[in-house]
Design a protein around this ligand. Structure first.
Ligand SMILES: Nc1ncnc2c1ncn2[C@@H]1O[C@H](COP(=O)(O)OP(=O)(O)O)[C@@H](O)[C@H]1O
Ligand SMILES: [Mg+2]
Length: 337
């Protein structure tokens, strides 16, 4: 007499074919003895809920099959606890623009602060290697970053957003005359720093489409990009070019922000549009990317930027504009896979 395995109306292989695909993939052994199907599964990495679901699926699939009177399921795992997924680094949002002077750095700093205010753990990387400005914008000028175990430690800013910039590495006023590979090396140091608690890095890219942007795209593949433009036609053409760079690199464009839109006269309150207005919204529509909103041209934004007390950390209609922008970006992040 044999053990009964593979005998009777149902064969092991016949039963195997009844299993759902993911259960089949985890199956280690299946024996059919006297009407009792005994199945052993590799449950490595499955939590208790997933194990229960697997067992229920298997029982559902096999009970009632010809020759099966009972189904026994055993789970084998190297570890009793589910294996946590390896921790990924922080998500990355790149802030880019086609040209300089559109307020990209100001916007990156205030976006980071507004995102932090909305409860996210945010860090800010100044990737403008030749023209760093985030040390000033976040009030950390003169602070030198230290390294710990071969990695930089971000500088804590008064408004609570940790930041790293070339300005934290080089003595003030010293010109940086590096070329391609060294530039890439510097960028990597800034991004691969001890951002331990940050879930999100906002990266202030230099304007245009050079080495830094390419390194950023190839090595770090940001989760999304925010494009900053003024309402002028010329700036908008450059913005379209910047958006194309990201799209080609497989980085989704979160949307376009119009900065310096509408000037409110601090004396009479009258709003005028020195650069026109609405242009960025039209351009976003043409580029088929979302329009994220407008930040007004306001003297307080410039003053607060120069003073290292970002507008978004205070209470004002301008701060609210940054908060609205942070909300739009946050919603995008929550929906993105
Ligand atoms: N919305 C705004 N209102 C007033 N001044 C602004 C605004 N955005 C930027 N600025 C000012 O414009 C100048 C250029 O901004 P910056 O952020 O350095 O631009 P970019 O990084 O694009 O070169 C700075 O003096 C900054 O304070
Ligand atoms: Mg800048």
């Amino acid at each position: 007499m044999n053990s009964g395995e593979g005998t009777g109306e149902a064969s092991g292989d016949g039963l195997k074919a009844l299993l759902p695909g993911d259960a089949g993939a985890r199956l280690q052994s299946l024996r059919l003895i006297g009407g009792r199907a005994i199945l052993v599964f590799d449950a490595a990495g499955l939590g208790s809920l997933a194990r229960e679901r697997l067992e229920a699926e298997v029982k559902g699939a096999l009970s009632g099959a010809a020759g099966v009177s009972e189904v026994h399921v055993a789970m084998m795992a190297d570890k009793a606890e589910p294996v946590p997924a390896p921790r990924k680094g922080p998500r990355i949002i790149a802030v880019g623009s086609g040209k300089g002077g559109v307020g990209k750095s100001t916007l990156a700093a205030n976006l980071a602060v507004a995102l932090a205010r909305s409860g996210r753990k945010v860090g800010l990387v100044d990737a403008d290697i030749y023209g760093p400005s985030q040390a000033r914008l976040l009030g950390t000028e003169g602070t030198r970053a230290v390294a710990h175990q071969g990695k930089l430690v971000p500088v804590q800013s008064p408004c609570g957003v940790p930041v790293l910039s070339m300005a934290h590495l080089t003595p003030p006023g010293q010109a940086i005359a590096w070329r391609g590979p060294k530039i890439a090396g510097a960028l990597i140091q800034l991004v691969e720093a001890h951002w331990d608690n940050a879930e999100l890095l906002v990266i202030d890219l230099p304007p245009g489409t050079g080495d830094v942007q390419l390194t950023m795209l190839q090595r770090f593949k940001p989760d999304g990009a925010v494009i900053v433009s003024t309402p002028q036609d010329l700036a908008l053409m450059d913005a379209a070019r910047a958006a194309e760079l990201f799209t080609k690199g497989g980085v989704p464009v979160i949307g376009v922000v119009e900065n310096m839109a509408g000037y409110a006269c601090p004396h009479c309150g009258e709003v005028s549009d020195p650069f026109g207005s609405g242009g960025a919204e039209d351009a976003a529509r043409e580029m088929k990317v979302p329009f994220l909103g407008r930040i007004p041209l306001h003297i307080a934004i410039r003053r607060e930027a120069d003073a290292g007390t970002p507008t978004a950390a205070g209470e004002s209609p301008q701060a609210e504009a940054f908060a609205a922008l942070a909300q739009a970006v946050g919603e995008w992040l929550d929906k993105a896979p």
